[in-house]
Design a protein around this ligand. Structure first.
Ligand code: F6P
Length: 559
């Protein structure tokens, strides 16, 4: 007899009844009737302050949501995740990204093996590689020091390193040979072609990042990069002693869970960093896949990123549910999606360094929780992951905030900003201006969440307003303040969202660690490619796809 689905259980039913009463309550009313609401709904951990007071809930709501978390056995699930149990049930393996950030003195024995020594052995190999680059000792085939590294990867093998290197660009170590780190992910080759037109092959190295080492997007870019290097370094002007083997050895590094496939592709064994099947692609920036991050910020800052994430892991494991940041953020989302019917969620960082954070979370949240089947294979009868998108808040104010303020969709927003910035700028004249610009940015951040909450009531003067100037407000939001943006607080911010996703998946009874939904598309793309290349029959295609393919063929023929 399968257990009743979560929406049939007592805590969910009680919340549904409570939600019927709450639906007509405006956020503005919740504030006017409750002084001290900010303090009551704000929690701190690991350099982060989370203000959940602008959620459309009250104390009773939160108590009922915590009861739901207990009924869904969230505490037991957290313990199982961190202990390395096989929580990824469809692929029958643990999801141990948290092991990648355990300090060396700890141990984590999973199925008879302590994982920590192997994790730190990989970090030590990374450190050796990074040192060679930073000392100007990693030389290309013609003997010149490597100056540019291009990461070829997609999804989790691109977005995490891209997001973090951008966010922590201020943390480049001083006095080292500078390496320009670039990212090319798109299978159409456009990003790569741009780099190839600008970079010097003698001083450029490619990092092939792919957990599976089978992703066509990455492998097709890798082939183009290899051909470019061979043509330029082995062409007519080739120097004495430069051969294909040397080019392969000095210009490629592989990061993957498949040493065999890296070897087959021709990556030198000593230039491979292998990781484990139990690290999910979108959870992988903490180890080998983080090499581009370490190349930009150095190993000390990379280790600080890991330490910040570990601080959040400890908080997640030890704090009671009612003070637990990932649990509370998850419950706010569950309340909005499942009980207030708010199925759009916007991520709005107010700091240009977090430019790629929303794109990163789009994969983390939607690839993890875009599921509709429970662990035991039943269709869910409730909503799971909302549509999540975002953009730097100040830019979004001039783009889609119109919809947030006056459109017809209810949207939950996460506002994210550091409390302090620029106070360490050396030049006092610029420092004062820049600190002012940061305060301007914070003022906008706080103003937007206030207007989204209160609507017209945010305006002091009362008087008749034309209907097109009406703001209804009542849009819920969370505000996350980082003490400042550092490697450590960025680590805890990312870990916060990873764990939020896990808690929501636990309540929805879905597996956040697989992604079967993307597999069929890859398979059909392969078949379609064979037809486009005239290697298979078009007759079986549907009419629309056939028409599109024929349009391409006829354009290629010039007719
Ligand atoms: O698109 C599916 C996916 O498997 C993601 O989960 C993953 O991050 C990405 O492709 C890249 O995969 P890989 O690292 O194996 O190349």
């Amino acid at each position: 007899m399968p257990h009743p689905m979560i929406d049939q259980q007592d805590a969910w039913q009680a919340l549904a009844a409570h939600a019927r009463k709450m639906r007509t309550t405006h956020l503005g009313e919740l504030f006017s009737n409750a002084p001290g609401r900010h303090a009551a709904f704000t929690r701190r951990a690991a350099g982060l302050t989370l203000d959940l007071s602008k959620q459309r809930w009250r104390d009773e709501t939160l108590e009922r949501l915590l009861a739901l978390a207990r009924e869904a056995e969230v505490p037991e699930a957290i313990r199982a995740l961190l202990a390395g149990e096989r929580v990824n049930r469809s692929e029958d393996r643990p999801a141990l990204h948290t092991a990648l950030r355990l300090p060396p003195e700890e141990s984590l024995v999973v199925e008879g093996e302590d994982l920590v020594p192997a994790v730190h052995a990989t970090l030590a190999r990374m450190a050796t590689m990074v040192e060679r680059f930073h000392a100007g000792q990693w030389r290309g085939a013609t003997g010149r020091a490597i100056r540019d590294v291009v990461n070829l990867g997609v999804g989790g093998s691109d977005l995490g390193p891209l997001m973090v290197t951008h966010a922590l660009a201020d943390y480049r170590p001083e006095g080292v040979h500078t390496i320009g780190v670039h990212f090319a992910s798109t299978m159409d080759g456009s990003q790569l072609a741009d780099y190839l037109s600008r970079l010097n092959p003698e001083t450029t190295l490619f990092v092939l990042s792919s957990k599976s080492f089978t992703t066509i997007d990455t492998l097709s870019n890798a082939r183009t990069a290899r051909d470019w290097l061979m043509a330029r370094l082995m062409g007519e002007n080739r120097e004495e002693g430069v051969d294909a083997e040397l080019v392969m050895r000095q210009h490629f590094i592989g990061l993957s869970a498949s040493p065999e496939k890296m070897h087959e592709w021709g990556i030198a064994d000593e230039h491979q960093l292998a990781f484990w099947e139990w690290v999910g692609g979108r959870y992988s920036l903490w180890g080998a896949i983080g090499l581009p991050i370490a190349l930009v910020v150095g190993m000390d800052h990379f280790r600080a990123l890991l330490a910040g994430a570990h601080a959040m892991d400890r908080h997640f494991s030890e704090a009671p549910l009612s003070d637990n940041l990932p649990v509370l953020l998850a419950l706010a989302g569950i309340w909005n999606v499942n009980f207030l019917d708010i199925r759009a969620h916007s991520i709005l960082p107010y700091d240009g360094r977090l430019e790629y954070f929303a794109a990163y979370l789009e994969q983390l949240e939607m690839e993890s929780n875009g599921k509709s089947v429970t662990h035991d294979g039943r269709e869910v009868g409730y909503s799971t992951c909302p549509v999540l998108w975002g953009q730097l808040g100040p830019n979004a104010q001039h783009a889609f905030y119109q919809l947030l303020h006056q459109g017809t969709q209810s949207v939950e927003c996460d506002f994210i900003a550091p409390k302090v910035r620029y106070d360490d700028v050396a030049d006092p004249a610029t420092r004062d201006h820049l600190m002012g610009q940061h305060r301007l940015t914070l003022a906008n951040c706080f103003a937007q969440s206030r207007v989204l909450m209160l609507g017209d009531k945010a305006i002091k003067e009362d008087g008749p307003r034309p209907v097109y100037k009406h703001y209804r407000g009542n849009q819920p939001s969370s505000t996350l303040l980082l003490d400042r943006l550092t490697p450590a607080t960025l680590g805890s911010l990312i870990a916060l969202y990873e764990h939020k996703v896990f808690v929501q998946a636990t309540i929805w009874d879905i597996n956040p660690f697989d992604q079967w939904g993307v597999e069929l598309g890859k398979q059909i793309a392969g078949e379609t490619q064979r037809i486009l290349e005239h290697q298979a029959d078009i007759a079986d295609m549907d009419d629309s796809t056939r028409g599109l393919i024929e349009a391409v063929w006829s354009a290629e023929r010039g007719s």
